[in-house]
Ligand binder design. Structure first.
Ligand code: AMP
Ligand code: MG
Length: 522
């Protein structure tokens, strides 16, 4: 059996203060960035899936992944020689309120490695309790682990910044969950995703030390972050800290723009789920828009206020950045740079959003009048249920001068029979304007189609697709899991044998839990 070998470089543990206690009981941990903790030993771990693309980042081949040593490693069964796994300490605002210390309640960092000059943190999600588990068990169920595994890799292939998923393991242990929070708890299969990112630091890591007045630790953590992940910002100084905030704002803006482009709703944009690197992190009750609806949130816990609805993600990101600004303020002691960056965020978002929508419409560069065209489209997309992914992909077939453009778009409408009278006229008028605008592009139809296909995915992980893969896996069948994993590696390509996934959400999935509504129970 081939053993795995890594070039370790545990910067986080070496350079930052540790919790002196090793007691694995829920508790407050002060003036420390992490607590040492061992993963649980699973009873009979089996590897359900491996991502060769994530493996390549770490120097792990498909052959390596077939070895028992690999499953042993990504299930937490054995600790890699010379490493001391640990959970990170962080706080956060949840649904707008300060929640105090949260921390890695069910994530355990195994170690950091360097591969081809790049730093990677290896983390197990669902490998048992930590001092931050509060009342939780530290475990994860198969359904939520499949959702995280498939979606993180799908996001990467879509070009959206994200944490990666190396592997999905079923532990062989049962986990008790109340799926709908209605008092009907039941056992479900347990699973572990091995996640990979340069760092899993979140806004909440910085917030915790600021909230507790632990300024020395805060500064140590910020210095560490800049040194390793933002080295171009320069040596520690007030100016560097202000630039750090600006850079995090920029990355967060870029992240939200990408989510809006592909129709992704994170679902729990609490500040503990906001990566300092601007990565999509913590795939919980996320969802994908089937019909375009800016007011949609997949998260049932968020239903009263829909704080994390699709159309509100940029505002929430800015609110989260404001909380990060408050945390970093003691290091800068000046408001202006923060206010400037936050104002820049809104202005820049408006501009960049329009530019992104223009790209989805096939426009190479913005022109006057585009804003009205985009706004009119947003209203029309909501006026009758219209599938976002299908609509933008099919729009590339509507060429200037071509009559009956609406015919090309019909498959995107959930109720095509509603397209009569005034609504049909409004659509036809919009298409006519769109065709006129397209003429001004001056590119060939082929160029335009190619441009549109690069930003409008053909295949996304619709909620019902993940649900089908979950139900099959719960019966012990993994073919669909692997089919979706393969499909989503090339989301912008035509895949003729996979055409069935280029379709609207089926009717049965409209109101089914897991497809239209997700709880935080995972
Ligand atoms: P989330 O909303 O999933 O990002 O989780 C918020 C907090 O709850 C984090 O501190 C998690 O580590 C913790 N948490 C979530 N699920 C569990 C669990 N099953 N056991 C322990 N802690 C958990
Ligand atoms: Mg979280």
């Amino acid at each position: 059996m081939k053993s795995l070998s890594f070039s370790l470089d545990n910067s986080f543990q070496i350079e930052l203060p540790a919790d002196p206690s090793t007691a694995n009981i829920p508790r407050q941990v002060t003036a420390a960035c992490y607590s040492t903790v061992l993963p649980l030993v699973p009873s009979s771990p089996t590897l359900l899936s491996f991502s060769p693309e994530a493996g390549a980042l770490l120097g792990i081949s498909e052959e390596d992944a077939q070895s028992d040593a690999f499953t042993t490693f990504v299930s937490g069964k054995e600790v890699y020689p010379g490493t001391k796994p640990y959970a990170m300490n962080y706080g956060g605002h949840q649904f707008g309120s300060w929640a105090g210390q949260l921390g890695d309640g069910r994530a355990i960092n195994l170690f950091e490695l360097l591969h081809q000059g790049q730093r990677w943190m290896i983390q197990l999600k669902g490998a048992g309790p930590t001092p931050y588990s509060r009342r939780g068990d530290g475990l994860a169920v198969l359904r939520s682990s499949i959702r995280e595994f498939l979606c993180s890799e799908a996001m990467h292939h879509l070009g959206v910044p994200t944490t990666r998923a190396l592997s999905l393991v079923q532990t062989g242990d049962q986990v008790l969950r109340d799926l709908l929070y209605n008092g009907n708890a039941a056992y479900e299969p347990g699973a572990i995703v091995c996640r990979v990112a340069p760092t899993f630091l979140r806004f909440g890591n910085y917030q915790l030390f600021a909230a507790r007045g632990e300024q020395a630790v805060l500064q140590q953590l910020v210095d560490y972050t800049i040194r390793h992940f933002f080295p171009s910002l320069g040596p520690p100084s007030k100016e560097t800290y202000a630039r750090f905030f600006q850079e995090v704002s920029e990355r967060t803006l870029e992240l939200v723009l990408q989510w809006q482009r592909v129709g992704f709703v994170h679902g729990v944009m609490n500040t503990d789920n906001m990566s300092i690197l601007g990565l999509t992190i913590d795939y919980g009750p996320y969802g994908w828009l089937d019909n375009y609806d800016p007011d949609w949130t997949p998260n049932t816990t968020d239903l009263p206020n829909k704080r994390y609805r699709f159309g509100h993600q940029a505002q929430v990101a800015q609110w989260n950045l404001l909380q990060l600004a408050n945390a970093l303020y003691p290091l800068v002691e000046q408001e202006e740079p923060f206010i400037e960056a936050l104002n820049h965020f809104s202005k820049s978002y408006e501009h960049r959003y329009l530019e992104m929508m223009g790209h989805k419409l096939g426009f190479a560069a913005p022109q006057p009048g585009d804003e009205a065209l985009v706004k009119a489209l947003e209203i029309l997309l909501c006026s009758t249920e219209t599938d976002m992914t299908l609509f933008f992909r099919l729009l590339s077939r509507v060429h200037p001068g071509k009559e009956k453009g609406i015919q090309e778009l019909l498959p995107a409408f959930y109720h095509p029979e509603e397209l009569v009278g005034g609504l049909l006229e409004r659509w036809e008028r919009w298409i006519e304007h769109y065709q006129q605008r397209t003429v001004q592009e001056g590119s060939t139809p082929e160029e335009r189609v190619a441009r549109m296909h690069r930003v409008n995915p053909k295949y996304v992980l619709r909620n019902y697709m993940a649900q089908l893969a979950i139900e099959a896996a719960e019966r012990g069948e993994h073919a669909l899991l692997h089919e979706l994993q393969a499909l989503l590696k090339a989301p912008y390509e035509e895949q003729p044998s996979m055409e069935k996934w280029f379709d609207k959400r089926p009717d049965w999935a409209r109101t089914k839990p897991g497809c239209s509504a997700l709880s935080c129970s995972s």
